[in-house]
Design a protein around this ligand. Structure first.
Ligand code: KDG
Length: 335
């Protein structure tokens, strides 16, 4: 008798849960914009996210991944999210500094030595605190993804020493830390949106750029860049964001679906990006790129030169954020 009651209770609970779920999801189309090509680590992770959301919402919430900067550059999509004209995007934290200055802390040269440090700090309390600064500005940060460690490419010459960068017109992200960093290295730094980069390289409007190996492969920069110098000068995060205006219209169940899918997409994206990166350098050599590593002496000179921008970053992000991030890095390093 008791078993029957228990089973009846279980069936009722499941029915109620099912009923709540059905009531809690409205039919929605979610435009999720991104800047890289569809066949990239960014594009694959957006598609995984879309599958997870559709599965968890019983097909009610449909995510449309729209790549190739078809919805605009990072900064244009950010404004579309703030205005409520677009629901979601993923882009570089570096392009968010005009909205949340503290995001520039992630552009600190050589901040992270490896991906473990990046994961622990970005996903920990300090990374969460910086991410939370987006919400009052009209964007909700869900998770960080991995863009990766950035390296130099150019069409003029191999960069074997800092002086080799002297007359290279180097495209950088639209962000003062990147401008100051490459000016400190003696390059002629030219800020451009990612969406204009391939054409600028192809027309020689700029001679070089810096991005993770993954992007050099997926965006086919090897077609217009001869030389690749391994520098790993900074680790770049991406961040998945939602329009706050739209977010506030969602039910708790709908928000949970997006948050859970975002965490799953983060795990997928980091694994996918790292696997792709291990193969990318060999692939770039087969595509005809001439690859070199900076000699240790030059790498140390680069670190010394780039350390000169740190005081400017601390001022831009505020001493509290600067100290908290560097403290978190020191902690994960066990110092
Ligand atoms: O949508 C493209 C952006 O994510 C961009 O930030 C990628 O690293 C990048 C760059 O160099 O602009």
């Amino acid at each position: 008798m008791r078993i029957r009651f228990a089973l009846a209770g279980l069936v009722a609970a499941l029915a109620t849960a099912g009923a709540v779920q059905a009531q809690d999801f409205k039919p929605r189309i979610v435009r999720f914009g991104y800047g890289l090509v569809d066949n990239s680590n960014q594009g694959r992770a957006v598609r995984l996210f879309a599958q997870e959301v559709e599965k968890a919402s019983g097909g009610k919430m449909k995510v449309r991944g729209i790549g190739n900067a078809a919805l605009g550059s990072d900064t244009q999509m950010q404004q579309a999210l703030i205005g409520g004209a677009q629901e979601m995007m993923v882009g570089s934290t570096a392009t968010l500094v005009g909205i949340v200055p503290e995001m520039a802390v992630w552009d600190t040269p050589f901040l992270f030595s490896n991906v473990k440090e990046a994961d622990v700090v970005l996903d920990g309390p300090v990374g969460e605190k910086v991410k939370a600064k987006l919400e009052p500005k009209g964007m909700v940060g869900l998770v960080y993804w991995e863009n990766g460690f950035r390296n130099l490419t150019n069409s003029k010459r191999p960069v074997n020493k800092l002086e080799d960068m002297g007359d290279i017109k180097l495209r950088v992200m639209q962000n003062n830390v990147f401008l100051d960093s490459f000016k400190a290295l003696g390059a002629n730094a030219v800020p451009l949106p990612f969406s204009e980069l391939f054409t600028a390289l192809e027309t020689r409007a700029v001679d070089g750029q810096e991005n993770p190996f993954n992007t050099v492969v997926s965006s086919k920069f090897y077609e217009v860049q001869k030389y690749l110098t391994v520098t790993n000068h900074v680790y770049s995060p991406w961040i998945v964001t939602v329009s706050k205006k739209w977010w506030d219209t969602l039910s708790p169940a709908e928000k949970k679906v997006l948050q859970d899918a975002a965490v799953k997409s983060r795990e997928f994206e980091r694994k996918d990006t790292r696997e792709e990166a291990t193969k990318a350098l060999a692939e770039l050599r087969t595509k005809g790129m001439q690859v070199n590593e900076l000699p240790a002496t030059e790498a140390n000179r680069m670190r010394e030169k780039l350390a000169s921008v740190n005081s400017g970053i601390a001022k831009a992000v505020g001493q509290e954020t600067w100290d908290a991030v560097n403290g978190a890095v020191a902690q994960v390093r066990g110092k």
